[in-house]
Design a protein around this ligand. Structure first.
Ligand code: NAP
Length: 317
């Protein structure tokens, strides 16, 4: 028999969007819980420096995550370490069922589950995960001090984290499948200006190779010429995008072709009383700033939903 815990608002995921939604809901005197399977902060907790969040010229991602968490807690947001496996509706209430067996019941649910790294899907990637294949520069970069490191991708994450890795590496190769980067110009320029960064254009990784202990080299292919080559590296960090963590819904929820949750302007999903914010939501930009904005809107809209629901429940008495 599972333990059902009652709240007004249940927030699934503790990234910037979820924490900001939590701050607003708790501040509106709603009993609010945020369920997070790791430590709160989401991707920013494992990001090096953040320099594009208004009011903070430069701050470590982990420190910003801590500030967000502390701030939301001041207003009474409860944070529980839980892995949510399923979100569903029963009657007037919304439920989040967790791996622990606990079930959280809310009058509204705000989903802020972000995304997970996309895997390259090449031979050796799984085998050498934790032995030179990593998806978190800030967590693992220091293990490869003085070594040659490769980063794969051409977006903000690849170029920014590739530049960050020069703190440790003797050299960083950024391998990109095209000859033009997707990353913001300021992030690109920093990498171009860094002597330790070298780009390998129009190239894909065909396999990650190594010995019994660690990655030793990558098999590469130039997609324009077909030429194959080997690059000796001690580690490889694939940063080829994120896919949304939107597979926790029991009932059908509308998503776009990429699996990102479609919401209206109020951040409400196709299921009434379930809201979504941050990187899991279908939108053009995925930044801390708009995750926080989404969280604000979701919390205010959830409050309106709860007020309507409470009126409806009163009329039934
Ligand atoms: P992204 O913007 O989707 O970029 C993914 C990159 O990986 C693209 O360059 C893509 O190549 C490449 N790629 C995709 N699949 C590949 C494959 N199978 N093999 C090789 N390369 C592949 O992802 P992201 O960089 O992780 O960023 C995700 C979101 O977070 C973005 O909205 C980004 O703006 C945001 N973000 C912002 C910051 C910041 O502002 N400081 C930092 C990190 C992330 P193509 O270009 O050819 O498609």
């Amino acid at each position: 028999m599972s333990d059902v815990k009652d709240y007004d608002v249940v927030i699934v995921g503790g990234g910037p969007g979820g924490l900001c939604a939590g701050l607003y809901s708790a501040r509106a005197n709603r009993k609010t819980v945020c369920l997070e399977k790791y430590t709160p902060g989401g991707q920013i907790a494992i990001t090096g420096e953040v320099e594009d969040y208004l009011g903070f010229k430069k701050i470590q991602g982990a420190e910003l995550a801590m500030k967000f968490t502390e701030h939301a807690k001041i207003f009474g947001l409860e944070i529980q370490m839980e892995e949510v496996q399923e979100v569903y509706v029963e009657g007037d209430y919304r439920f989040a069922r967790c791996a622990s067996g606990n079930v959280y019941r809310g009058k509204a649910i705000i989903v802020s589950t972000g995304g997970s790294p996309v895997f390259l899907g090449v031979p050796g990637e799984k085998e050498y995960s934790g032995k030179g294949v990593s998806y978190c520069a800030i967590c693992d970069g220091a293990f490869f001090r003085g070594q040659v490191i490769a980063v794969v991708g051409g977006g903000d994450a690849a170029v920014e984290e590739g530049t960050y890795l020069t703190k440790f590496a003797s050299k960083v190769y950024i391998i990109h499948r095209r000859d033009k980067l997707r990353a913001q110009k300021i992030i690109q320029q920093r990498a171009f200006d860094n002597d330790k960064v070298e780009f390998i254009w129009d190239t894909v990784v065909e396999s990650i190779n190594g010995n019994s202990k660690q990655v030793t080299d990558l098999s590469l292919k130039n997609v324009k010429t077909g030429e194959k080559s080997t690059l000796e590296v001690g580690a490889v960090f694939p940063y080829i995008g994120f896919h949304p963590n939107s597979n926790i819904f029991k009932d059908e929820i509308k998503t776009d072709a990429g699996g990102y949750i479609i919401t209206d302007q109020r951040m409400e999903t196709s299921i009434k009383g379930i809201f979504a914010c941050g990187d899991v939501r279908s939108q053009l930009v995925r930044q801390i700033t708009n995750a926080v904005g989404d969280g604000t809107t979701a919390a205010v809209a959830a409050e309106k939903h709860i007020e309507e629901l409470e009126d409806k429940l009163k009329q039934r008495i």
